[in-house]
Ligand binder design. Structure first.
Ligand code: GLN
Length: 184
């Protein structure tokens, strides 16, 4: 099995480190043709506007929208997977029926680490929130797997998973393991 990590921009190497720890093969995806050889994909955090621009320039948009395998998006990656951004200039990929608000907790200096309550594990997860988005609206059919102060921050829909924070910036592999064990 090969997990492709979208490597156009952002914190993609950190995902690779986690997959290495879990002994899962991964490939940094820079060209659209590489997507065909991946069984699953990860879209990292970074800057959603820049990432979408690079996705369009490299002709990946349709491939990502239609990709039949599981996709896991973190932070900016979560914005990309959402159906709609409150910020209409961000044209998302629309794989998860949620509406998302970018930079919803404030600026870079307002970034924080806080415990996320998980539905699939009794121990909370150390959520690193960096200019994180917030889910402002969601439709029937999504599954909430993690909450911060009662609000959804980990969401599953069909074979897509998003976290509005950065699990790859911790040593905790539980969310990547959840992705690998439950979405394939
Ligand atoms: N604020 C960024 C955006 O809108 C996301 C931040 C992140 O990925 N850490 O794209």
């Amino acid at each position: 099995m090969i997990i492709g990590i979208l490597g156009l921009q952002g914190a993609y190497w950190k995902h690779r480190k986690i997959l290495d720890l879990l002994k899962v093969n991964s490939e940094i995806v820079k060209y659209s043709g590489q997507i065909d050889f991946c069984n699953g994909l990860i879209i990292p955090g970074g800057e959603s506007t820049t990432m979408l621009k690079l996705i369009d320039e490299s002709g990946m948009r349709e491939k990502l929208k239609q990709f039949p395998g599981p996709i896991f998006g973190t932070c900016a990656g979560a914005i990309l997977l959402s159906e709609e951004s409150e910020d209409h200039k961000v044209k998302t990929l629309g794989r998860i029926p949620v509406k998302i608000e970018r930079n919803a907790y404030g600026r870079q200096v307002e970034s924080f680490t806080q415990k996320v309550v998980l539905s699939f594990d009794k121990n909370p997860f150390p959520g690193v929130f960096i200019r994180a988005p917030k889910i402002s609206c969601y439709k029937k059919g999504i599954e909430i797997l993690g909450k911060l102060n009662g609000e959804a921050v980990i969401v599953k829909y069909k074979n897509n998973l998003l976290t509005t924070f950065h699990p790859e910036l911790t040593e905790d592999t539980r969310i990547h393991e959840y992705f690998l064990n439950n979405l394939f």
